[in-house]
Design a protein around this ligand. Structure first.
Ligand SMILES: Nc1nc2c(ncn2[C@@H]2O[C@H](COP(=O)(O)OP(=O)(O)OP(=O)(O)O)[C@@H](O)[C@H]2O)c(=O)[nH]1
Ligand SMILES: [Mg+2]
Length: 368
């Protein structure tokens, strides 16, 4: 392990010493690819023990979605968990109070959201320091990440945490790079783009590909991609995750400072201890989770508005709805009646492929 970490450090040193310009672009690209490969090596468990690198904490998934609290020690993660879920996680003024993962549940708009309090991470977690690897591996299983920051600590902390998460293949508030990458048998590296490229040129692309022993491939870009974007696509297994920057302890800062924080995208200022803006935070979490609530309507009865079926916006067909209720439901399915914004008529008869919208009411008609 030490040797991999040493190699990572050597490459990082070399990168920081290399001036960024056209002539060095392909060399830097190559170094970035080497770095990505080494980081992956760190994450993959080796046969030689190492305590199961890349394994997260063993917490059972429960509820409709999972949200993780990530941050440096003593920023107030446990305080926030306690206030939002009523679960007890020890709070103290010293660092590293929480040493394992503590789950709690938030009931919101009829959904059950699991909130995970994770131990504080330290810089260098991605390279195997502290429990960071376990923390970030667990973070990868979440639907939304809350990066908790301390309002009175330097804002550079934000960038440090982001770097740790990025080192583990987590991409925050980003969409997958819009490019196609197809390996071939022969024909060399073919690089085309529909937009002007300010970061990548053929030399850089070739250097990165050769690091992965790819000598024949068609690569076409539909946006101004960077070397990192290309590496992400080649490496695969990146996780694109919505993230909220929760700035805690705003009771310690001035109104002027708060005004600035309030305007930043993806930011949510709070005071966990004084319970300031926790409703605002919950609302934002709900928005970032991107869930839809579907109410069931048994035949001849009123819809059940208390206990909605929760679906993700990415999987919200009538079939997804059936699968959520019962594994045999889709087999017995004849058609569904839907009331709500996804249909024109009230009710409208639809098939399994129909996409539902938030707060639709659904009645399933089974085959007899
Ligand atoms: N002023 C102020 N202090 C807070 C607030 N929230 C938490 N604290 C204090 O910050 C300290 C650390 O809080 P914790 O909740 O234990 O922090 P943590 O992030 O869980 O820390 P670790 O488990 O060590 O990673 C405690 O002394 C809390 O009382 C807040 O909104 N304002
Ligand atoms: Mg804690």
């Amino acid at each position: 392990m030490a040797t991999v970490m040493q190699k990572i450090k050597d490459i990082e040193d070399e990168m920081s010493k290399t001036q960024k310009n056209k002539a060095t672009a392909h060399h830097l690209g190559l170094l970035k690819a080497k770095l990505a490969k080494l980081r992956r090596e760190l994450l993959t468990p080796t046969t030689k023990g190492g305590g199961g690198a890349g394994e997260g904490f063993d917490v059972t998934k429960s509820g409709d979605a999972r949200v993780g609290l990530v941050g440096f020690p003593s920023v107030g993660k446990s305080t926030l968990l306690n206030k939002l879920t009523g679960t007890f996680s020890e709070v103290a003024s010293y660092e590293f109070t929480t040493l394992t993962c503590i789950p709690g549940v938030i009931g919101y708009k009829g959904a059950k959201v699991q909130l995970l309090d994770l131990p504080g991470i330290i810089e260098g977690a991605k390279d195997g320091k502290g429990r960071g690897r376990q923390v970030i591996s667990t973070a990868r299983t979440c639907n939304v990440i809350l990066i908790v920051l301390d309002a009175i600590k330097p804002i550079t902390h934000k960038r440090l945490i982001e770097k740790e998460l990025e080192g583990f293949g987590i991409r925050l508030n980003k969409t997958p790079p819009n490019m196609t990458f197809r390996k071939k048998e022969k024909g060399g590296i073919n690089f085309t783009s529909t937009v002007a490229n300010t970061h990548l040129d053929l030399d850089t692309v070739k250097a990165i590909c050769s690091e992965y022993r790819i000598h024949n491939a068609d690569i076409s870009l539909r946006f101004d991609a960077t070397a990192d974007d290309l590496i992400d696509v080649i490496e695969g297994s990146r996780i694109y995750m919505p993230c909220i920057y929760v700035v805690n302890k705003i009771d310690q800062i001035t109104v002027e400072e708060l005004d600035i924080l309030d305007k930043l995208p993806h930011y949510c200022p709070i005071s966990a201890h004084l319970e300031w803006n926790l409703d605002g935070l919950l609302e934002m979490v709900w928005e970032y989770l991107d869930l839809v609530r579907i109410y069931t309507k048994p035949k001849g009865l009123n819809p059940d508005y208390e206990d909605p079926v929760i679906l993700s916006t990415k999987r919200k067909t009538v079939e997804d709805f059936c699968n959520q209720i019962h594994k045999d439901m889709a087999k017995q399915f004849k058609y569904a009646l839907v009331w709500g914004s996804s249909v024109k008529h009230k009710p409208q008869r639809v098939g399994k492929e129909h996409e539902l919208e938030d707060e639709d009411v659904v009645q399933i008609i089974k085959k007899i």
